[in-house]
Design a protein around this ligand. Sequence first.
Ligand code: NAP
Length: 306
Amino acid sequence: MGKNQLYDMVIIGGGPAGSTAAIYATRAGLTSVILEQMNIGGEIVATDRLDNYPGFPEGISGAEFGMLLQQQMDSLNVPVEFAQVESISLNGEIKEVAASTGVFKGKTILIATGTEPNLLGVEGETELLGRGVSYCATCDAAFFRGKAVGVVGGGDAALEETIFLSRFVEKAYLIHRRDQFRGCSWLQDKVLKLPNVEVLWNTTVNKIEGDKKVNALQIKQDGTDRRLEAEGIFIYTGRKPKTGFLEGTELERDERGFIITNGKMETSIAGVYAAGDIRKKYLRQVITAASDGAIAATAAAQNIYV
Ligand code: NAP
């Protein structure tokens, strides 16, 4: 691996989309490098279980899945550079990615940086981050053993993480602003059967209380203000694309910032591809991210070899 090397594909993000792209790029004879800020596997590593990926009838832990992906990168000799991408230059035939460890040049670029959590935007949220406020039950649930916590949201993430939390906490209040979940029905069924989970429908959080640590949540339930004693709050109010490094580029994105691609994962700029959750798409799952990565690398190989 060399920073002065010209790669066929510089892959930004080593989650399922970026890793799969590297597999397909390598097998198509392309040189590639993955720039990753944390770990191969990305967000999935912080997920308790991956239960809907084909070939794993018993499911697989996110951490193990990430480890297997890393092993696959090693066995294919895909270079992985652990670095933060700061900016990107997409004009011209050679694309340049400025990362914390140097500049990487590619004939093509794949953007596969995924998403990050939306903030709830209430008082106490940023002040008490890491002191009761969390966006990752899989990472932090053990700190709340035997305690009461709130979980905010009604999508797959809130449901899945409530199930995980229920194994640790004495009580989880699942706080949802409507009277119906958005998440899939099999997760709903599981959550609704848990004896230590109480769903608070038509409820919003107004304030997270606490001095050094969270000790209560101020909520509004069916129009009535209430105070809920809780030592933690896990927030799952959707996610936004991780695109800070794209500022100043003319890459076409939708109104929420997700990158627009065609079916070959080509973006509005020639030689620039996007794959996985960062893309405007119907279904954000590990399997669809992997599929995007495979398509992007295959399309890039076709373009390079033409
Ligand atoms: P999501 O599906 O967008 O759900 C976000 C939830 O937060 C919604 O229920 C929404 O309420 C609520 N919400 C949004 N803003 C809020 C606010 N300001 N105050 C209170 N509540 C608010 O997000 P997600 O659950 O993170 O999932 C993101 C994507 O990843 C989805 O495509 C999901 O299918 C996928 N995912 C899949 C799995 C899995 O398959 N196992 C696991 C995790 C995530 P409303 O319903 O009222 O809009």
